[in-house]
Design a protein around this ligand. Structure first.
Ligand SMILES: N[C@@H](CCC(=O)N[C@@H](CS)C(=O)NCC(=O)O)C(=O)O
Length: 205
């Protein structure tokens, strides 16, 4: 395997791609955003499903924002945003990454698809189910966070990037976050300079 100094990120700026650029900013990892629309030949060349973001690092291609964030954290292990395999911290980190996508993000994505993305004939009213599922996810997150500053304790990791980005998406989509603890956590995570730098680069792309 050969990796490169500057990784390439294919996909739509100001989307899930920002998880990856935020991660790079946190790590001091050089990166280049290559704006690529879904389902174009250029996107399918790096992901057969035609979806972004996709990371290309030399001869390594990684699909899916959560997998990319973990890959980057592992590649830059000395930055302490990952955890060694088969440890309690790694289990917690991986668990949060799956929770972020399967539980927290899923209702947001379902609502977005049925509001903006799917052709009219497939759209349904998913308000009630997405509201209920999101509320349940926030309830679980509240309990799981406990007194932790960050997802896996007192250090900021890849899990906080994916959870934080998803929380920001929820806020802008006006999903209610009915937990002071989760809101305080999101405020703490979303104020980071690395996120502001990533967003600044993508704002006019
Ligand atoms: N689980 C994937 C989801 C990928 C995804 O759905 N990406 C969106 C852009 S943020 C996309 O390409 N959508 C086009 C489509 O669903 O057809 C990830 O986190 O990377």
């Amino acid at each position: 395997m050969s990796s490169s100094d500057t990784v390439k990120i294919f996909g739509s700026p100001r989307s899930r791609l920002t998880r990856v650029s935020w991660m790079c900013q946190e790590l001091g990892q050089a990166y280049e955003v290559i704006p690529t629309k879904p389902h174009t030949p250029e996107m399918r060349a790096v992901n057969p499903a035609g979806k972004g973001p996709v990371l290309v690092d030399g001869d390594v291609t990684v699909i899916d924002s959560a997998a990319i964030c973990i890959y980057l954290a592992d590649k830059n292990m000395e930055k302490n945003m990952s955890a060694a395999p088969a440890t309690a911290d790694r289990a917690a980190l991986d668990s949060w990454m799956h929770f972020a996508q399967s539980d927290l993000e899923a209702p947001l994505w379902l609502k977005m698809k049925h509001t903006f993305i799917l052709p009219d004939e497939y759209r349904a009213d998913v308000n009630a189910v997405t509201k209920m599922e999101f509320k349940n996810a926030i309830g679980a997150m509240d309990v799981r966070l406990g007194d932790n500053q960050y997802a896996i304790g007192d250090r900021f990791t890849a899990a906080d990037v994916v959870l934080g980005h998803t929380g920001s998406w929820a806020r802008s989509a006006k999903f209610e976050i009915d937990s002071d603890r989760v809101n305080a956590y999101l405020d703490r995570v979303l104020i980071r300079d690395a996120l502001a730098r990533a967003r600044e680069i993508e704002k006019d792309m």
